[in-house]
Design a protein around this ligand. Structure first.
Ligand code: C5P
Length: 225
């Protein structure tokens, strides 16, 4: 692992889940731990980068020398990521909620005595943070996404790479026990713009983060040969 690989670069990473408020005391969210994104931030600092880490609500310490910006909702996360531009590299590791409640009630929602059968929520789509940054006036030189899939992993991942105009997608099979979401380990396949695949076998997220950062640094335009 070479320490100077990203010196002089600004790396923007987002991590963790988002929370989408229903009312002042309730939200929709997911089980993302933020571990992969925090490990990537640590590895990018070790490679010499200046790192901004936009984090959803997670229970993790801030890695040394990382500038952390805490956010709650997908819309806050998008605003914080845009505010951190320009960046040479954006890695979108956050598990952004795809939908949010159409409105957030001002007061705590009450159980309605007339509605014993249930409650129907209406949701609207959240912005896609990665697609927005990949199509931005200040587009980072490299935009990297994650694709957590349970089936046909590589095909779905390649489709996302093309649809979101990415430079690299990091595919992981979240149907396998012991890796991915909320786990300390992972196993991924990197897919580049030419659809070439580079498998990184099962390892700790810290080790994989260094391998991913090394791969990106070696391929980022303007990198030393
Ligand atoms: O389309 P899908 O959610 O599977 O794509 C995953 C990638 O897109 C991840 O890198 C994730 O951080 C990003 N994403 C995003 N904004 C969303 C949904 C996903 O940036 N609203």
């Amino acid at each position: 692992f070479e320490r100077g690989l990203l010196s002089g670069r600004h790396v923007l990473i987002n991590a963790g889940p988002t929370r989408e408020a229903l009312d002042p005391v309730r939200y929709l969210s997911n089980y993302s731990s933020g571990k992969m994104g925090f490990a990537l931030a640590e590895a990018a600092v070790e490679a010499g980068a200046r790192v901004t880490l936009v984090a959803g609500p997670v229970n993790l310490p801030t890695p040394a020398r990382v500038k952390r910006v805490d956010v709650v909702s997908a819309r806050d996360m998008l605003a914080a990521c845009e505010a951190a531009l320009p960046a040479d590299l954006f890695i979108a590791s956050a598990a952004v909620a795809d939908y949010r409640p159409t409105e957030c009630a001002d007061n705590k929602l009450k159980k309605d005595p007339g509605c014993e059968d249930g409650l129907t929520l209406t949701l609207v789509r959240n912005p896609d943070i990665l697609a927005t940054l990949a199509d931005h006036d200040q587009r980072p030189r490299w935009c990297v996404g994650f694709a957590a899939e349970t089936d046909d992993v590589l095909n779905y991942a390649a489709g996302k790479l093309q649809r979101k105009n990415l430079d690299l997608i990091i595919a992981n099979d979240v149907s396998q026990p012991g890796i991915g979401f909320n786990s300390d380990d992972n196993a991924v396949t990197l897919i580049d713009r030419q659809l070439q695949q580079h498998a990184l076998p099962h390892a700790s997220k810290a080790k994989l983060a260094r391998q991913i950062i090394t791969f990106i640094a070696e391929h980022l335009p303007g990198s030393p040969d």
